[in-house]
Write a protein that binds this ligand. Structure first.
Ligand SMILES: C[S@@+](CC[C@H](N)C(=O)[O-])C[C@H]1O[C@@H](n2cnc3c(N)ncnc32)[C@H](O)[C@@H]1O
Length: 255
């Protein structure tokens, strides 16, 4: 979807042209016929400047704007909070299993832990700055810069999906859609792990100051079950983060 701004003003035209290189996939110039912005009563041949509405939206829930700070801290913490939980979970997979890291940030610590455990990793994050850093850290690992809402998750199945620090950033309705979407992406026997507070609670994210919300354990477990997964083991890490997990029924069990 593109929002259309019609204008023949050469000054604006120059400005918009300068932007074109930076946001080319979200911007285009379309020749047309209509009122120009200098004299709107006069119809004339003009260029329409169209911007994708995505251009104006931050899909990373504020993380792109604080990415530099995040990258210097958590984004470099190879043994950061939750590392031992992610390592223990990673060890439950066979070598070579394929895992998707949603809201991966820089890939440190979580994607790195997956790779060190001999797993294959894919990642999705909506922040262009986080993804740029991820690509420097892991040049050979597929990472897609897009929101989990829009992502097709590489159009493939995964043996595991891990999402640390993402679920509660999303609006309630998005969380309710994301859990079945993740479940449907798991291969038979595949495992899901995500963090969210046990209690139903709302707060302001300390870094971005944007609202966060947990649906609470009862809702998360219901959503996991309703998505066709078994409830898996739950954990708490050294930072007090709670981990919900689910396991997709394997084809032999379901027969
Ligand atoms: C709290 S950070 C966690 C990063 C990483 N998982 C970690 O453990 O350090 C949340 C991450 O989710 C990303 N994010 C936020 N909203 C998103 C969305 N709708 N889709 C994809 N990624 C998103 C942010 O850009 C950020 O990198």
């Amino acid at each position: 979807m593109f929002d259309r701004i019609g204008c023949a003003d050469p000054e604006i035209g120059e400005y918009v042209k300068a932007m074109e290189g930076q946001i080319s996939n979200q911007f285009r110039i379309v020749p047309g016929f209509g009122p120009n912005c200098i004299n709107s009563s006069k119809s004339t041949r003009i260029n329409y400047f169209e911007f994708s509405n995505i251009t104006m939206m931050d899909e990373s829930n504020g993380y792109d704007s604080i990415a530099e700070i995040y990258i210097r801290g958590r984004g470099r913490a190879v043994n950061g909070i939750g590392s031992s939980t992610a390592r223990a979970w990673a060890r439950t997979f066979n070598m070579g299993s394929v895992i998707l890291d949603l809201g991966s940030g820089t890939g440190i610590p979580v994607t790195k832990i997956l790779l060190e455990a001999g797993l294959k990793a894919y990642a999705v994050d909506a922040s262009p700055k986080m993804v740029a850093d991820f690509r420097q850290n892991f040049p050979n690992i597929p990472v897609s810069c897009e929101s989990v809402e829009r992502s097709l998750f590489f159009n493939r199945g995964f043996d595991g999906i891990i999402s640390v620090g993402l679920m509660f950033l999303l609006p309630e309705v998005t969380q309710r859609v994301l859990i079945p979407k993740m479940a449907a992406t798991l291969n038979p026997g595949g495992k899901l792990l995500f963090t969210a507070p046990l209690d139903k609670v709302e707060w302001k994210d300390a870094m971005t100051e944007q609202p966060s919300r947990s649906l609470g354990a009862e809702q998360y477990r219901q959503l996991i079950l309703a998505s066709g997964l078994y409830i898996g083991e739950e954990f708490d890490d050294e930072g007090g983060n709670h981990y919900f997990s689910g396991i997709r029924v394997s084809s032999t069990n379901s027969a």
